[in-house]
Design a protein around this ligand. Sequence first.
Ligand code: FCB
Length: 411
Amino acid sequence: MDKNFLWGVATSAFQLEGSPHADWSSWDSILNDNPDVTNHYSLYKEDLSLLKELGVNSYRFSVEWSRIQPKEKLWDSSVIEHYQEIIDILKSYSIEPMLTLHHFTHPLWFIKKYPWHEDASVDYFIAFAEKIISSLKGVGYWITFNEPYVLLLGGYLEGCMPPGIRNTGLALRALKNILYCHSRVYDMIHNSVPDAKVSIAHNMAALAPWSRWNPLDRTLSRMAKHFYNHSILDAFLTGRLKIKFPFHRESIIELPIKNKLDFFGVNYYTRVHIRFNPFRKMCVELRHHDIDGFGLSDLGWEVHPRGLEKVLRYASRLKVPLIITENGIATRNAQKKISFMRKHVDAVERSIRNGIDVRGYFYWSLIDNYEWLEGLDARFGLYRVDFKTLKRRPTNAAAYYSYLIKSRSEF
Ligand code: FCB
């Protein structure tokens, strides 16, 4: 990879530091015993020094909206200063910050009074984004929203994430408001930092029919691919979002997002097999199989590096540089983590050799943290956290990542 290639790790604020004012704090009772999770909010200097130790040249992290605006009419400037200090420390280490504005969590007051399907949500998010963009200095890479479709599936279709709704109509209204915010925030960032690079981080999965011979599985898998992986790309290309849920009419939403991307962030973890099952919601059942023999993660996700090449190839239709904004594995086995990283970085190299413009790779995650709805046992970290003592300890995968960065960089 050339010398400008971004080698990084990715985190999100809430997963490292919790927040007493966030919707998720009361949503998941797992957090009752560890509300500060890794207490990164206090231990940030120690954690940032791990980045230096690793030798990454970029770091993706998020700001926690609910700490910054704990009440509708209350802004906490000390929190903004805290995030500015993080940026300054990164700069002093020559590490390029990539800042995520929205990574799943909201202030409790927002999700209660102005959830995303309400049009008023837009003004409140824009006000928050405006505050951040005008206050924080030194950020070149911005992610407006992390995985809008995961938020949609969890928050509006499955109902397992806040605001806990199950309604396709409201889901589409929420998505419209979120992507409309992206468009506004994209312009706001460019007005303030003309050469900034702005994107979303889109979760893409390799999707395949459970049985290749079953036409229903094949149809569902095709529809899922279109909805989950592709529809948002098409919307960025055309300004039209076309969504078709199984057994629903197609919805078309016009959105002012055409070409509002300076790069495209891809979060890739796994392959999912899809089966028609009349007893499941929308008749869809999802499964992981260890087909290639590379194993499953502790969360049961299939390790499938070829899938990364596939989604990158597809995303290259956007004709903007691609950055893998997340890729990682939950395992306590450092050897398995090492092999996961090597195989996925190999896949990135193959993609580049095949002409795909990939400019960065961010491993998820720096240290163990809170995993949504799973708790503290999903060990994604290069550094192991003991959640009793809060001590951080390197796993062998940390040293391996440093080696990988050095050995794959052209100087
Ligand atoms: C992604 C999320 C991230 C993390 C990883 C494991 O979908 O963006 O916050 O939880 O999964």
